[in-house]
Design a binder for this molecule. Structure first.
Ligand code: PLP
Length: 426
């Protein structure tokens, strides 16, 4: 077979793009070479529907070892009692929880998408909003932090079957204990989607939601620094407290309901090459070095938030407890949309994304905010001292968005800076 130069040239181009730019997308990271290697391995050739020790295909003895290792390492990492490592993505992990816990049309409660929530927590264009009755809670207008009083009053009035905590653009710690109390009062299940801060939680730098939630979902590719994928975990609460039934009407343990919801409910064959790669990343996250990395991610974000504030930007919620810095552009540049800001920064080789800010006056296609994150830049070795320079470069571009010369000179600086932070060994 002839080598496919067309696609490999595209991959090379993307590699160069990643190398020369400053990557500030909060949901991205750079995986290690061994995480990458496991993904591109012979395990992709294997079908393994089912779970370790109970598969629908022959020849699964070896992949069973890989999947079990991933499960064992993941349980240890988050102090979990049960884990499923098969979801192909974070959204599919969430979909499996919905399938296990709700019937079509049931009510559930999640954070308003325009206040930082995720698409799969009830957006009207997502399965969660299309198939179920999505209710929402907000952040408070005064401090842009979760409005627990409002959450509580919606929960009491509407009695949803499921309450979801977790977000895509929220930079603060959660009061999981308070939400669990509300869930218990109305006999709802409590799920935390820790996709964004999972790495910080694994490192013990944020509270572990497994202590409070019935079910925890996550992606593996953000702060956790693994391959793209999803996971589902449970702490001590796998007993099916509210007597949920299988489609055949049986009451089973939550773990069994969730396993069946992932396969055969949502997916067919698991991606054993990705699961092996997840195992590698969980192993890396168990290493003490990971704690040092996550502490740096957090410190870098705090310094970045302060640097934006010092330059007159409004940082949503006034700061950050995690890896995210959400900036409201309106105070400094009232006419500048997130859409234009994202585009000009990309021209300067700084990658970030436009984002709604709470109580945004603009649509999700324009937005008034930019979301920044420090996981990727920290993996490349950036320390606090670089954060001020990065904010300075961003500010220079945003203050002069129509000047190609300014953009070109910042781009040169960005490329020169990133040369000092080598990335791939290959
Ligand atoms: N949950 C949260 C909180 C997220 O931020 C994301 C992705 O950004 C997801 C779920 C979905 O993950 P995936 O893109 O792997 O489906």
């Amino acid at each position: 077979m002839k080598r496919d130069t067309q696609i490999f040239e595209i991959i090379e181009q993307e590699k160069l793009r990643q190398l020369k730019g400053i990557e500030l997308i909060a949901s991205e990271n750079f995986v290690s070479d061994q995480v990458m290697q496991a993904m591109g391995s012979v395990l992709t050739n294997k079908y393994a529907e089912g779970y370790p020790g109970r598969r629908y295909y022959g020849g699964c003895e070896v992949v069973d070892l890989g999947e079990q290792l991933a499960i064992d390492r993941l349980k240890k990492l988050f102090n979990a009692e049960w884990a499923n490592v098969q979801p192909h993505s974070g959204a599919q992990a969430n979909a499996a929880v919905f399938l296990a816990c709700l019937k079509a049309g049931d009510k559930f409660l999640g954070l308003n998408l325009s206040h930082g929530g995720h698409l799969s927590h009830g957006s009207p264009v997502n399965f969660s909003g299309l198939m179920f009755q999505a209710l929402e809670y907000n952040v408070r207008e005064d401090n842009q932090q979760v409005d627990y009083d409002q959450l509580e009053s919606v929960a009491r009035a509407e009695r949803p079957k499921l309450i979801i905590a977790g977000a895509s653009a929220y930079s603060r710690e959660w009061d999981y204990a308070r939400i669990r109390k509300i869930a218990d009062e109305i006999k709802a299940l409590f799920m935390v989607d820790m996709a964004h801060p999972a790495g910080l939680i694994a490192a013990g730098l944020l509270d572990n939601p497994l202590k409070y939630a019935h079910i925890v979902t996550s992606t593996t590719h953000k702060t956790l620094r693994g391959p793209r994928g999803g996971i589902i975990l449970m702490g001590q609460d796998f007993e099916n407290p509210w007597g949920l039934k299988t489609p055949k009407g049986e009451v089973k343990m939550m773990s069994a309901l969730l396993d069946s919801a992932v396969f055969p409910g949502m997916q067919g064959g698991p991606l054993e090459h990705v699961i092996a790669s997840k195992a590698v990343s969980f192993g890396e996250a168990l290493d003490p070095e990971f704690k040092t990395y996550q502490a740096q991610v957090k410190r870098n974000a705090a310094v970045m938030a302060q640097a934006f504030a010092d330059k007159g930007y409004k940082v949503v919620s006034g700061g950050t407890d995690n890896h995210i810095v959400l900036v409201d552009l309106r105070t400094k540049f009232p006419a500048l949309t997130g859409k234009v800001a994202e585009k000009v920064l990309v021209e300067a080789d700084i990658t970030t994304n436009k984002n709604m800010v709470p109580f945004d006056s603009r649509s999700p296609f324009q937005t008034s905010g930019l979301r920044f994150g420090t996981p990727a830049i920290t993996t490349r070795g950036a320390k606090e001292s670089l954060m001020g320079d990065i904010v300075e470069m961003i500010d220079t571009v945003l203050a002069d968005v129509e000047n190609d010369k300014t953009i070109a000179s910042v781009r040169e600086k960005v490329n020169a800076t990133m040369k000092q932070f080598p990335l791939f060994a290959w």
